[in-house]
Design a protein around this ligand. Structure first.
Ligand SMILES: Cc1ncc(COP(=O)(O)O)c(C=O)c1O
Length: 368
């Protein structure tokens, strides 16, 4: 029964289903030693430099954080070579996506992405009661710039592309992104979600859009980045947008005050300096993606290319029973039915010592 006070657009929302927690599975099955490769976390853990910076900040927890995030924004600006006024912070980059919809979309303005994009692109529109559209994709499930352009209407206000995209791992080429930008209606913005950009940098031979370079050509580009992925700070919730001062201004108006904690800000500043952690994490990801693609097999099985820390696997049959069988063997992956890919699972990279078991369990289950 839905209460009478709930508006229609809220009635139709689905609750985001995160990866199953390890403790929950172990409790349910009475087992230990489960492996979770379901949430695209960094198996190397948090940036050691971020961890080292945190204890010094604990004695100041009675104070509110800097609402303007000055020191972190200054560090990001310096690192990326953009102006301080071109950066705003979010409680994760997800939060900034929701803020963008609130800040820019009138009730009839539409958010446009493509099929099999990151779920939050759709949810951010639906939560705000804004129309949403998903363009067709290529045969490889990647963004098809021509199809995306064909789906643009007079109502399109935000065009969102993830590069690399979650869950497909695919990227938008530089030419593809430039083409989309050239077709963007004057009053619209192009959001380039680069949550996995630092992982993609480990594949220099693969052509993919550089969101920052694109932003420098046109102030209607908004780049979203996060400390959740390669920096290993998902639990702290901090991300940022690089955008024109006008976009930053409206994002700040709709953002909640003090939404990025002081610990998150301190840790992120230190993480930005942690080139060693970034390099090691990117290398590990590339090596494991190559192994998943070379070693995971089974009848009808396809492991998609990926420039991230996860792979999409088409299991060649309904993936629900495979997900359940993997759970029973203590390996938590992510079923993709909610993304509209009922035959697929998504598998994140693992700790080095866990990888052989993850691959063996996948093969045993997929081959059955
Ligand atoms: C493509 C993509 N964008 C954004 C996010 C959100 O990251 P966060 O809100 O933790 O910064 C994720 C997390 O899974 C993602 O996969």
């Amino acid at each position: 029964m839905t209460a009478a006070f709930v508006p229609n657009h809220v009635k139709s929302l689905d609750v985001y289903q995160p990866g199953k927690p390890i403790e929950e599975l172990e409790r349910e099955l009475g087992i230990t030693g489960a492996i979770k490769v379901a949430s695209n976390e960094n198996p190397l853990g948090p940036s050691p430099k971020a961890l080292a910076a945190l204890p010094g900040a604990l004695s100041q927890l009675h104070l509110y954080p800097d609402a303007g995030g000055f020191a972190l924004r200054r560090a990001i600006a310096k690192k990326l070579g953009v102006a301080l006024g071109e950066i705003t912070l979010g409680n994760g980059s997800n939060d900034l996506l929701y803020q963008l919809v609130l800040a820019t979309c009138e009730p009839t303005d539409e958010v446009l992405s493509h099929k099999f994009g990151f779920l939050s692109y759709r949810l951010s529109a639906q939560v705000a009661g804004r129309p949403w559209a998903a363009a067709a994709v290529t045969a490889d499930l990647a963004c098809d710039p021509d199809a995306l352009i064909a789906a643009i209407t007079e109502q399109t206000k935000l065009v969102v592309i993830g590069s690399p995209n979650n869950p497909t791992g695919s990227v938008v080429t530089q030419a593809g992104a430039a083409k989309i930008l050239a077709a963007l209606p004057k009053r619209a913005l192009l959001v380039v979600d680069e949550a996995y950009a630092e992982y993609a940098d480990a594949w220099p031979e693969v052509d993919h859009v550089d969101g920052l370079a694109l932003f420098r050509t046109d102030p209607r580009v908004v780049v979203l980045r996060t400390f959740s992925k390669i920096y290993g700070l998902a639990g702290l919730r901090v991300g940022y947008a690089v955008a024109s001062p006008e976009v930053v201004d409206v994002l700040n108006r709709v953002g909640r005050t003090f939404h990025v904690s002081s610990l998150a800000q301190i840790a992120a500043i230190a993480a930005l300096e942690d080139d060693e952690h970034v390099r090691a994490s990117a290398q590990l990801a590339r090596a494991q993606i190559e192994r998943f693609r070379a070693e995971v097999t089974g009848p009808g099985v396809r492991v998609y290319p990926s420039l991230t820390n996860f792979v999409l696997i088409d299991t060649g049959r309904p993936a629900g029973p495979i997900y359940d069988a993997l759970l029973r063997k203590g390996v938590i992956v992510r079923p993709m039915a909610m993304w509209g890919l009922p035959n697929c699972i998504r598998v994140s990279i693992a700790r080095e010592q866990d990888l052989p078991r993850v691959i063996a369990t996948l093969n045993e289950t997929l081959g059955a």
